[in-house]
Design a protein around this ligand. Structure first.
Ligand code: IMP
Length: 426
């Protein structure tokens, strides 16, 4: 199968945008399968910086087909902004972008609810309505593009949704109720924005698979934010894990040729929740500044720390990751001794397991191995030219993770990348 999954193997923001953009040169089709505009994929191409939230970054390459699958939650206003950004750069998505007719639409009341719940729960969400849109999907009161033309279905679906919304907003949070007339006009606008792009994308993609097209399945966020396997409840509400590809696109299990996990050379996390290797010191500040570790969606400063083998090993297992791409390697240039967390000490006992309960994870103290640092890798494009201590860091991680680091990024430009492995889309 000429297809690869590109998955975030930490807490999101691993640099998937750059890797997908680079690999999309080799692909015909690029698909998003989960998440929404909580994601922010930054790509530097032709000296220009692009930030994508919904549209796969493959859109920057000519002739590539981009699919937003049913597993995504879609805010049409955010989509419109992105389409306009692309048009402003002379890129017309009209004939190359397809949105599933089964995608769940983020309604203004989902955003209201996200803000209200965030005040109560303090998860540190992006307040973009992602969690409530997924909750409504599973509560069977969501709205999808295929529902928009069915007037009587739509009317009663919105009535059902608003019964729920207004009960929560008024009774639970003491806020103002949402008016049905406002939602009906929003829906009209939504229809105009997304109308030209809506398709049965599952059918389309299955046809592409039959035709042996080269496909990239592009994850958003990271597996440590997965609703099942992440640091619950400090997670997003979707399934960045590779299993999410099947349900999020409507394809069979044999459709994924190879699974590539993206990791940074260190770790970051944005929002609340435990982070065992977090550095609340000058080294953490240095990594944040050098790595420009500020959220692409919300601008929030990211928490920074050392590479965590325990959590990444868990991610490799639950997602069936076969190869790794390591990004932002150059950020650790000249930082002195580098540390890698190879175990956790929890309640006095050492373990290599990633605990499912967040309070237990919060008590995890990292057990570090120290490795020699290196001077400069920034901009190096040939593996053999890397300093020997940088190669030793890579080899040590490959050994302990039992997984090849086949792609290495040494700078923001797509040319600053070393690919030393064969991929299923080559
Ligand atoms: P939500 O996805 O907005 O519901 O936020 C839930 C958690 O996921 C919060 O901690 C967010 O900061 C985090 N999150 C959501 N999207 C991203 C992302 O693209 N990168 C990193 N963290 C994210």
């Amino acid at each position: 199968m000429k297809s690869i999954a590109v998955i975030g193997a930490q807490w999101g923001d691993e640099g998937k945008g750059k890797i997908v953009h680079l690999l999309s040169e080799k692909a015909d089709v690029i698909c998003r399968y989960q998440g929404g505009n909580n994601a922010g994929h930054t790509v530097v191409a032709g000296g220009k910086k692009y930030v994508f939230h919904l549209i796969p970054s493959g859109m920057l390459k000519e002739k590539k087909i981009c699919i937003i699958g049913n597993g995504v939650v879609l805010n049409p206003y955010a989509l419109k902004e992105e389409i306009e950004m692309l048009r402003g750069s002379g890129i017309e998505p009209r004939s190359r972008l397809f949105i599933s007719n089964r995608v769940h639409l983020i309604m203004p009341y989902h955003i209201e609810l996200d803000k209200a719940y965030e005040e109560a729960l303090g998860i540190g969400t992006t307040k973009r309505g992602i969690g409530p849109a997924y909750s409504f999907k599973y509560a069977r009161i969501g709205i999808r593009p295929c529902d928009l033309e069915e007037k009587s279905y739509l009317d009663s679906a919105i009535t059902r949704a608003l019964d729920e919304v207004n009960t929560i907003l008024v009774k639970r949070f003491g806020r103002k109720p949402v008016k049905k007339s406002e939602i009906m006009s929003t829906v009209e606008e939504y229809r105009d924005i997304i109308g030209p792009y809506v398709e049965d994308t599952s059918k389309m993609l299955n046809r592409f698979i039959d035709e042996d097209k080269r496909i990239i399945y592009e994850g958003a966020q990271g597996v440590l934010l997965d609703v099942d396997f992440g640091s619950y409840p400090y997670v997003t509400s979707s399934s960045p894990i590779s299993g999410g590809i099947l349900t999020g696109l409507g394809i069979g299990p044999k459709s994924i040729g190879q699974t590539v996990g993206i990791v940074k050379a260190y770790s970051t996390r944005v929002g609340g929740g435990p982070f065992p290797t977090e550095l609340k010191d000058k080294t953490g500040d240095l990594i944040r500044d050098r790595g420009d570790e500020y959220g692409a969606s919300t601008g929030r400063p990211r928490r920074c720390g050392w590479f965590d083998v325990v959590s990444v090993r868990h991610v490799l297992m639950v997602s069936g990751i076969e190869k790794l791409a390591m990004t932002k390697f150059d950020v650790l240039d000249n930082i002195g001794t580098v540390k890698v967390c190879t175990g956790y000490r929890i309640d006095g006992k050492q373990t290599g397991n990633f605990p499912p309960n967040v309070d237990v994870l919060g008590r995890a103290e990292p057990v570090y191995e120290e490795l020699e640092g290196w001077d400069k890798t920034s901009g190096i494009r040939d593996y053999e030219e890397l300093p020997s201590s940088a190669k030793a860091y890579i080899r040590a991680l490959e050994k302990i993770l039992d997984t090849e680091i086949g792609i290495l990024s040494t700078g923001p430009d797509e040319k600053d990348t070393i690919i030393k492995t064969k991929l299923a889309i080559d």
